[in-house]
Design a protein around this ligand. Sequence first.
Ligand SMILES: [Zn+2]
Length: 372
Amino acid sequence: MAQTTQATTTTTTTTTTTPPLPAYFPTTSTSPLHPPTALYAKLKTLSEENGGLIKTAEILVPPRSGRAWKVPAGALFRLSTPAGPQVGTCKSKSKSKSKSKSQSQSQSQSQSQSQSQSQSILFSISSFVVQDGGDLNVFNADNPRERFWAARTRQLQSSHVSEGDRLWSNLPYMRPLCGVVEDGCEVRSVGREARRDARGGVTPCGGRCHDLLGTRCDPYVSHMLTGASYDFHCHSNLVRALLPHGLSESDVHDVLNVFQVTGLDSQGRYFMEASPATPDSTLTFFAEQPLLCALSTCPGGDLSAWGWHQAQDAATAAAGDKPDMKATCRPIKVEVFELSDAAKGDVLQGWREPAVSGYAGMHGMAVPGGED
Ligand SMILES: [Zn+2]
């Protein structure tokens, strides 16, 4: 018997949905949400070679560890990953302009380390090696109650930071702590760029670099998931880095995951991809206030071998045939640069530290002055 094919009628509903605009955008010509493009473009041209920058500090944050450092307002700090390429996906050093630039930068930085002592400061972080990234905390050095607010920064800027974005502080301060002057870490440098937009490269899975979606790894969630106790997560690394500065565990806050590629899948679930950082990758910030920064080099390494087995392995001293996560862990170099007097007079002319929020209300409350 011949089968009857039932004709189906497909109704096509044409829905024209206009994507909503970003919720936060500049509403005036002087809005602080305008990126400081002119200033940052000038800062980006400064180097030790051209006499614009003077290195005043250098720290190598060892693998699976944490360190803290200070940066004066008006200085730069650079993070870099000098220890080697990321597992399996690294391209040769000579491929990109930014690579050769940062390579010569790091060479000259080591040569001129002895010169660095005075003048204004640039603060930059660079990554030589592929890391899961570094987990960065930022405070106002004079008042550590003012600190980086990752959630608000995510709204004001994006899920991942790139050049021109600034890291904003918590309430009631609500002002930039520092901003990204130069982003020298690209997914395209390791052949993983599927598309590109105004905010940079995107991997085939939708991942972007310098993550603001996630937070630091910590021993509490690790214990919840594995039953093991392990002391060297990013949270603990940051605790130890901040203790000498009079801060404690409760001061550790949500981080910027530098050199880390993350995204949300089709169901909105957080994912991580291996870091694209190479020995030439850098990320340079301009300190808009006097800063105390702390950075953890994540024990998850470059994420190519990451897994929750770490804590269990530490407890049992038996890694078995699991991926060797420690082999993917590398240092991150931190350099602080002040601007030379000449550069300060030119580049920082007219710049001043941003003011705290001008809100003068009392949240609707009328507070009694005292007993009549
Ligand atoms: Zn971590």
